[in-house]
Design a protein around this ligand. Structure first.
Ligand SMILES: Cc1cc2nc3c(=O)[nH]c(=O)nc-3n(C[C@H](O)[C@H](O)[C@H](O)COP(=O)(O)OP(=O)(O)OC[C@H]3O[C@@H](n4cnc5c(N)ncnc54)[C@H](O)[C@@H]3O)c2cc1C
Length: 434
């Protein structure tokens, strides 16, 4: 299809929502119309970050280069962190890029837009808990997940040598937050710990990696049906994870997590107790909610008609429940699909279709390691939630990962990627050890 006068769409953030949108629009309209800006040079789907943290996903092998994706899908890619949005000049400011020694690679740049889509995701919310930001790691970026992986390997080596750990010979990992992220990380760490032990750290038997999952509410997986939460807890307990509910953390120190009347030894603490949108959202002069998310209307547009927002950084109304659309990859995906024809119409200079965005909750799946999962799916005919468990749930969970990669690489590319990951397991350890 022939595109109209040059209308520049800039997508800020190439995550679950932004990248899928850039691919859809780029394939249709090309790089003169579509630019993606991301702070990192490669894409890892955020729901895989617990696997990066456990070392079962290797960012250097599994990350997708934005430069390659841009070339193959017809959009322009700009590398760098967006620091400001100048709404008057309609330009985003992208920070200069330097190497580890401070040498300048790219100067500060301005990227002009006619329509801007904010898709910069979210960060961990520490709720001002003393010590949490300083001593806990939040799995909100690939860098943070990779840092956790290296800290875990070091802690296990130290424990094996009997040096500098809270309990000699043991590594205590405390995960604060019993939502899907915390639950999936606990199970993944359990499996990773077994593999790392098997590769010969003297004395580090799998039981020496002690994982505690702390939840402030009465049970883990609060938004999911109780049956799903019970099934997940049973699987975690079976794997030796200590699950502590109704326990509010009040402080994190270098070697402990303090909660009400209890102190948990912690060589490593992961914070997975909530999210907020990045601080950039507060600098736009547009209305935010309590989680710093920018308010959008039912067409995902902010109060500035040139700016849309999708994914975790947006507070979009969910009419059926009276709440906002949940911060989930499936919501970011649906919003990208919804926005693509609207932005296509803007590029062509036509009036965009006017129907509002409707979030369809297809349910949630939670992986409990590589062989099992639990979840609830929306029955299309009955409208009721159906419980799924075991390897079927795990396969369906893997299917959601595959469909994201199919959206950006195509069916064939995503299948080859899965196959190559499967084959590489024959020649590489299941957990990245370096
Ligand atoms: C461990 C974990 C497991 C999860 N599991 C699930 C799951 O099973 N199912 C599910 O539905 N959801 C899951 N989620 C939530 C899901 O990952 C998010 O809801 C989803 O990724 C949000 O998509 P997004 O496009 O809004 O942001 P993201 O996918 O977070 O992407 C944001 C992008 O913006 C870039 N960026 C940020 N700031 C800037 C800036 N200033 N300048 C330039 N670029 C910037 C980032 O580099 C990133 O690429 C999980 C989350 C985590 C952490």
């Amino acid at each position: 299809m022939k595109s109209g006068a040059l209308h520049r769409i800039v997508i800020a953030g190439g995550g679950a929502g932004g990248l899928e949108l850039a691919v859809r629009l780029g394939r249709r309209h090309g790089p003169d119309h579509v630019t993606l800006v991301d702070a990192t040079p490669f894409h890892i789907w955020k729901p895989s970050l617990h696997e990066v943290a456990a070392g079962t996903v290797d960012i250097h092998r599994d990350g997708l280069s934005y430069a390659m994706l841009a070339h193959d899908n017809g959009f322009r890619f700009v590398l760098g962190e967006i620091t400001e949005v100048d709404r008057q000049a309609r330009e985003v400011r992208v920070a200069a890029l330097s190497d580890a020694d401070g040498g300048l690679i790219l100067p500060e740049r301005g990227v002009p837009y006619d329509t801007l889509v904010l898709a910069i995701g979210s960060l961990g919310n520490f709720f001002n808990t003393p010590g949490a930001e300083q001593y806990a790691i939040s799995l909100d970026t690939t860098d943070a997940a990779e840092r956790f992986r290296l800290e875990l390997l070091k802690a296990m080596a130290r424990a094996s040598a009997g040096t500098d750990v809270a309990t000699p010979g043991v590594v205590n990992v405390v995960i604060v937050g019993g939502g899907a992220t915390g639950v999936e990380l606990a199970a993944e760490l359990h499996e990773a710990g077994r593999t790392i032990s098997a590769y010969g750290l003297p004395g580090m038997t799998p039981d020496k990696l002690r994982i505690t999952l702390i939840e402030g509410g009465p049970r883990i997986l609060g938004p999911l049906p109780e049956r799903v939460a019970r099934a997940a807890e049973a699987l975690l307990v079976e794997r030796g994870v200590q699950v502590v509910a109704d326990c509010r953390v009040s402080q994190v120190t270098p070697h402990s997590v303090v909660a009400q009347d209890k102190v948990f030894d912690a060589d490593l603490c992961v914070w997975a107790a909530g999210i907020k949108a990045p601080a950039l959202m507060g600098r736009l002069g547009l209305e935010l909610n309590g989680m710093q998310q920018i308010k959008v209307d039912e067409t995902l547009r902010t109060a500035d008609p040139a700016i849309y927002a999708i994914g975790d950084c947006a507070a979009a109304p969910w009419r059926e429940t009276g709440k906002t659309v949940p911060a989930r990859a499936q919501a970011a995906h649906q919003q990208a699909s919804y926005l693509a024809p609207i932005l296509s119409a803007r590029i062509r200079g036509e009036t965009p279709p006017a129907q509002p965005f409707r979030f369809r909750d297809f349910g949630s799946l939670v992986s409990i390691g590589h062989a099992e999962g639990v979840g609830s799916l929306m029955g299309n005919l009955s409208g009721r939630k159906l419980l799924v468990e075991g390897w079927i749930a795990r396969m369906m969970y893997a299917g959601t990962h595959w469909s994201h990669y199919a959206a950006v690489l195509g069916w064939w590319g995503a299948s080859l990627r899965s196959l190559s990951r499967l084959l590489s397991r024959r020649s590489q350890p299941r957990v990245k050890l370096h």
